[in-house]
Every structure is written in structure tokens, then in C-alpha cells.
Design a protein around this ligand. Structure first.
Ligand SMILES: NC(=O)c1ccc[n+]([C@@H]2O[C@H](COP(=O)([O-])OP(=O)(O)OC[C@H]3O[C@@H](n4cnc5c(N)ncnc54)[C@H](OP(=O)(O)O)[C@@H]3O)[C@@H](O)[C@H]2O)c1
Length: 319
């Protein structure tokens, strides 16, 4: 299948995914826009793409089948809106927007223009996360007793100078950057909780740390993320009949199921960004049913994140 992508943004994630994307047979990056043109030109050289002066010109390159938005969080809404109004299918980096209000507005525009929109929540286009969900559904560990899902990376220290992580007007903070994965993981496995209790540590109006208990009636899930300490990343699910452990769950290459019967390890070594782009291209082309990372699920995750922010006192200009 041939599929031509337009890239808006050529920062670190764009560079990382581009390398994998072009390993998909038939996939190419034909057009590029970046705020700083020199960086777009450097990027475009590698992929033989055309650089445009504006995002509008880039998405309207007649060869473009879909647009990938890889700019910073606070710009997702306006770039996605531009694409949808111009009938260009969109795959937008996480978090798809700053809050539910922005996301619902995008979904409205997407419906009015009958144009595809999807959050690039790559974890859930990949087999490991979906295998874990299958184990839970099949009740391989029986009645759930507890869940611990944490994602911590000291990006505050590494990128302090950059500022976007610690700026509420840029939709910064641990929750929107890392927590979007831990909230999504627990949501995909167990749905919306009955209640949430959250606490956080704020700095400059953003959360360096957030820590929530999701109440599921029968068990609790501990869902946490932080950008100021390296505590690690895992999801551990304990049940009456066993345990599931997923190290580095957002990019997991393996999940381990332990029960009385023994140990089962599910591994997936495939390129995870490549898989996401292949699946999304097939959805856009109508070659398979558009199932994973639905817009409804993005709305529900965004509602959970809005609630956590409300409880810990993080406010964005879009609120
Ligand atoms: N899926 C993943 O694993 C993953 C990993 C990391 C990040 N992300 C997400 O990807 C997005 C980008 O993150 P990153 O780490 O790649 O950031 P980055 O390296 O800082 O790159 C940011 C990009 O956004 C552009 N940009 C910034 N402000 C802009 C503005 N006001 N208008 C237009 N363009 C603007 C930058 O353009 P200039 O070159 O002109 O500065 C650059 O292209 C974020 O939403 C982040 O949450 C996803």
C-alpha cells in the first residue's frame, strides 16, 4: 500500500518516528512544515520531502494522504483544526489536546468535514498492551486485587532550559506528558473508574508529580507520573490467581503473566512507531476497521486528566 505523509513539526519525536515510518513498505514523507524552516530543510533532506513555508501549503500538497502533527502540546488544537477544515486526515501526537473542551471541538469539526482524526497513542496500536488486555478479559489472573501503574522520568532536570515542560500556557507538567500514558493504560484495561482521588506537587503552575487512586469498586488502581525523579516505569496488576507485570509499559516489548500454572512471557520486538503508522494508514484507506484508540476513548482519558488537574490545581489557558 502506498501512503504519503505530511509532517508538521520536526522535533525529536518526529525524527524518531520518521526513521521507523519509512521502513513500512510504500510509506513516504512527502511534505514538511516546521516553524524553524532550517530544521525542516535538514529533516527533508533525509526523506527527500518538499519543505513548505506554511502548514496550510504543506498539508495541501496534492500527494498527501495523511498528516502527522508532532509539535508541542499547546499547538495541537490549531494544527489539527487546520487539517480537518481542509479535509486532511490527522494523526496527532499525545496528548491530542489540552483538555476535553478542545478535543470535543476537534471531534465536531472532524464529523462536520467527514475527516479522520486519531491520537498517536502508540502503546495501544501495539501487541503487548493488547495482549495484557486480553489476559485480563480472559480472567487469567482472576478477580483483580490491585493495580500499580507509574511512569516517572526526570525530564524536568534534562530540559529545564527548554521550558515547555514547566509552562502551563504550553500545557506542560507530568500528567500531560507522561501521565497520559499511565491514565490511558489503566483506562484501556478497566474503563472509567467510579471515583478518583488525586494529589500533586506543583511548580510554576504545572505538576512535577501527580498521584491518583482510581476506585473501581472491588479494587483500587494507583496511577502516577512525575518529571522530577527517576523512579521508574511499570504496570503491575495483581489478581486472586496471579500477577501481570509490564516493565516500561508505554513502550513495552514484553509482558509477564505468572499464575499457579507457571510463567508466560509475551514478547514483541517489532518497530512500534512503524506499526502505529501502518495501522493508521490502513484505517484512513478503509483497509481495516477503525478500532484502536477511538476518539471516544481519547475523550474519556482527557476527562480523567481534566479531573486530576482540577483536584491538584493545574489550570491551562484552554480551560
Ligand atoms: N509518542 C511519543 O513517544 C512522544 C515522545 C515525545 C514527545 N511526544 C509528543 O510529541 C510532541 C512534540 O514533542 P518533542 O519532544 O518532539 O518536542 P521538541 O523536540 O521540542 O519539538 C517541538 C516541535 O514543535 C515545534 N513548535 C514548538 N512551538 C511551536 C509553535 N508555537 N508553533 C509551531 N511549531 C512549534 C518545534 O518547532 P521549532 O523547530 O521551530 O522549535 C518543533 O518542531 C509533544 O506533543 C509531545 O507530547 C510524543
Amino acid at each position: 500500500m502506498s501512503f504519503n505523509w505530511c509532517f508538521i513539526g520536526t522535533g525529536q519525536i518526529a525524527k524518531k518516528v520518521a526513521k521507523e515510518l519509512v521502513t513500512n513498505p510504500g510509506h513516504a514523507i512527502v511534505s514538511v512544515f516546521n516553524r524553524t524552516k532550517a530544521k525542516a530543510e535538514k529533516f527533508a533532506k533525509t526523506y527527500n520531502s518538499t519543505v513548505y513555508e506554511s502548514a496550510l501549503d504543506a498539508i495541501n500538497d496534492p500527494r498527501v494522504d495523511g498528516v502527522y502533527i508532532a509539535t508541542t502540546n499547546e499547538t495541537h488544537f490549531s494544527f489539527a483544526k487546520l487539517c480537518l477544515e481542509n479535509h486532511k486526515p490527522v494523526l496527532c501526537e499525545k496528548p491530542i489536546t489540552g483538555n476535553t473542551k478542545e478535543l470535543k471541538e476537534l471531534i465536531k469539526i472532524s464529523k462536520e468535514n467527514n475527516t479522520f482524526l486519531k491520537e498517536a497513542m502508540w502503546t495501544w496500536f501495539n501487541p503487548v498492551a493488547n495482549k495484557v488486555r486480553q489476559w485480563i478479559k480472559e480472567e487469567r489472573i482472576g478477580k483483580i486485587l490491585s493495580v500499580d501503574c507509574i511512569f516517572n522520568m526526570p525530564i524536568f532536570g534534562y530540559n529545564r532550559a527548554k521550558g515547555r515542560y514547566i509552562n502551563p500556557s504550553r500545557y506542560g507538567g507530568a500528567l500531560l506528558d507522561l501521565g497520559v500514558y499511565s491514565v490511558r493504560y489503566v483506562y484501556e484495561l478497566f474503563g472509567k473508574p467510579k471515583a478518583i482521588t488525586s494529589r500533586g506537587k506543583l511548580y510554576n503552575g504545572i505538576d512535577l508529580f501527580n498521584d491518583s487512586i482510581f476506585e473501581y469498586g472491588g479494587f483500587k488502581a494507583h496511577v502516577s507520573s512525575q518529571i522530577n525523579r527517576l523512579v521508574g516505569e511499570h504496570c503491575i496488576i495483581k489478581g486472586e490467581k496471579g500477577t501481570i507485570k509490564v516493565p516500561l509499559f508505554h513502550m513495552a516489548s514484553k509482558a509477564v503473566l505468572k499464575t499457579k500454572e507457571g510463567k508466560e512471557v509475551f514478547r514483541d520486538k517489532k518497530k512500534k512507531f512503524a506499526t502505529q503508522f501502518r495501522v493508521v494508514a490502513e484505517y484512513i484507506n478503509g483497509e481495516q476497521e477503525n478500532k484502536l484508540v477511538s476518539l471516544d476513548s481519547s475523550v474519556e482519558v482527557m476527562e480523567l486528566m481534566d479531573e486530576i488537574r482540577k483536584q491538584i490545581g493545574v489550570i491551562f489557558p484552554c480551560d
